[in-house]
Design a protein around this ligand. Structure first.
Ligand SMILES: *Cc1c(COP(=O)(O)O)cnc(C)c1O
Length: 368
């Protein structure tokens, strides 16, 4: 059997005619940027995400950048980020000229450890960026309490966790301004790049709408130095089609994860995903850990199973950030995760026999 790490064909086949109709519709009215499809998608996604406002933008990185920018974070400010996040979270902080301040995650959940946050807060700290990594919601109640106590903003990075929740409240609705990504491989993926900011604050929403469109509210009147970071009509139209399936597809992901959980329990030295009390996990990724990671990955490749490492190098050891002066050993939990984690296939439409084949192959690896 040959099983890719990710497959779009299964889910796109279900909605092929709807996607084609969405394309034809945009082509027939010939309006491609900032139009009715975007407006409709923004309204629908805001409802889905239980926020007052969704602002469609060019991608997830730009969403995070604009969120920080709209909150007035910049030069001389510090922003708390987890040590094991995807580089985009940190890049957004760098773009506004602020300093990323690193906090380790819990090794069990891979999410920001709220117990370690207070120790790094200074009088320059302006915001905390919880990243709902792999699809699991962070411990938002504890993070929110700290933010309140020190008067800090929260900017959620919700790129991987559309639909997850903590204590019953959906991710992307907790922070002051939150970024999400509709990169094709995300749980809600466009057919190209796309992203959004979600917020309950009308003034922040207005600022972001201005910033994404050259800093202007009224054409050719520029109030601030803005950007071109818009989400186009075609992608918005495709996203409207896919948003209708998101709940169903999330349930499929959870079903696949629970089959993996029962098949892989107690196999070798595998560490399976652990979920924090009160959190839900929408399994953007199903990540296992093992001391034999590299050998296991090779074995799976040899047996036709695609896997990916999320992520092989924590950002404090990336060349792009050498100027921060970190060295190996500075953030041992992030380094431990980077050297032991492995993401195995999960996608809506993946069938039971594929999950069982992968599980069987993993067991065979440990029996050999
Ligand atoms: C994908 C991702 C982003 C960036 O989204 P893009 O749309 O690729 O720019 C940011 N943060 C996390 C955690 C991501 O997984």
């Amino acid at each position: 059997m040959k099983i890719p790490f990710l497959n779009f064909a299964d889910s796109h086949l279900q909605i092929k005619s709807e996607l084609e109709a969405a394309f034809s519709n945009v082509l027939s009215y010939n309006w491609f940027v900032l139009g009715k499809e975007l407006e409709a998608f923004e309204t629908e996604y805001a409802v889905y995400n239980s926020v007052n406002s969704c602002i469609g933008v060019s991608n997830g990185l730009d969403a995070l950048h604009l969120a920080l920018r709209a909150l007035g974070i910049g030069e001389g400010d510090e922003v708390i980020v987890p040590s094991n996040t995807y580089i985009a979270t940190v890049l957004a902080v760098s773009y506004v000229g602020a300093k990323p301040v690193i906090v380790e995650p819990r090794l069990g959940t891979y999410n920001l450890n709220p117990d370690l946050v207070e120790a790094v807060i200074t009088n320059r700290t302006k915001a905390i960026m919880p990243v709902h990594l792999y699809g699991q919601a962070c411990e938002m109640t504890a993070i929110q309490q700290i933010a309140k106590k020190y008067n800090l903003f929260i900017v959620e990075d919700n790129a991987q966790a559309q639909g997850a929740s903590y204590n019953g409240r959906i991710t992307g609705s907790w922070g002051d301004a939150n970024g999400t990504s509709f990169y094709p491989g995300k749980n809600l993926g466009a057919l190209g790049d796309a992203g959004a900011v979600t917020t309950n604050d009308t003034e922040i929403s207005r600022k972001i709408k201005m910033l994404r469109n050259y800093g202007s509210e009224k054409k050719y009147f520029n109030e601030v130095v803005g950007y071109n970071m818009r989400l186009d009509e075609l992608q918005a139209a495709f996203l409207r089609v896919k948003l209708k399936r998101l709940k169903e597809w999330t349930n499929e992901r959870m079903g696949i994860a629970s089959l993996y959980n029962s098949e892989l329990q107690g196999v070798g030295d595998l560490v399976l995903p652990q979920i924090a009390e009160g959190a839900t996990h929408v399994y953007h990724l199903y990540v296992i850990r093992t001391k034999k990671r590299d050998a296991l990955q090779q074995y799976l490749t040899d047996h036709g199973v695609g896997t990916v490492i999320h992520y092989p190098i924590p950002f404090h050891l990336q060349e792009a950030y050498v100027s921060m002066g970190y060295k190996k050993g500075d953030f041992p939990i992030a380094e431990e995760i980077a050297s032991t984690c492995l993401s195995i296939p999960i996608w809506p439409g993946m069938n039971k026999s594929q999950v069982l084949y992968i599980s069987k192959t993993l067991k065979k690896f440990y029996n050999n």
